[in-house]
Ligand binder design. Structure first.
Ligand SMILES: [Ca+2]
Ligand SMILES: [Ca+2]
Length: 147
């Protein structure tokens, strides 16, 4: 994300702007920063490292020009950042599974379908990949579902 600010002065350094940021909580400053020259806001460190698993961060961006007597924007720009997180593990439904099959079933015979639910509502955190420990390719045994 890019912060932008305009300055009506016609020449530098009076119209040259520098950005600062501060978080409304310490987590925001820990995980995001603004480039003082370009105003670009970036992730500072992996959000997965946030032990509190915050889903909301807020930065206040300030802008100051480089005039001999610097002037600053009268109000900081509020930047709200929402983070989607993988909050739920996939769960098998209708377990345990049990099936009785005749010994005459051939290799490609489908014997059972398992179902998995993941309560997350945002992709990719609600996508589930199934894998099986079997000699037969998992694709022959399982299908993939999304919720
Ligand atoms: Ca100015
Ligand atoms: Ca999930």
């Amino acid at each position: 994300m890019l912060s932008t600010a305009s300055d009506a002065d016609l020449s530098p350094p009076q119209n040259t702007i520098r950005f600062t940021s501060r978080g409304t909580n310490t987590a925001a400053e820990q995980f995001f920063y603004v480039d003082s020259i370009t105003g670009e806001i970036s992730v500072k460190q992996a959000l997965t490292l946030d032990n509190n698993k915050n889903s909301f961060y807020e930065l206040l961006i300030g802008a100051t020009d480089l005039g001999v007597l610097p002037l600053q924007a009268p109000e900081e720009a509020r930047v709200q950042i929402n983070v989607t997180r993988n909050q739920n593990s996939p769960l098998f439904v209708n377990t345990p599974y049990s099936v009785t099959i005749p010994e005459t079933d051939t290799i490609t015979t489908s014997i059972l379908s398992v179902s998995v639910l993941d309560a997350d509502i945002v992709s990719p955190f609600n996508e589930v990949t199934l894998r099986a420990i079997a000699r037969i390719s998992p694709e022959l045994l399982f299908y993939r579902q999304r919720w």
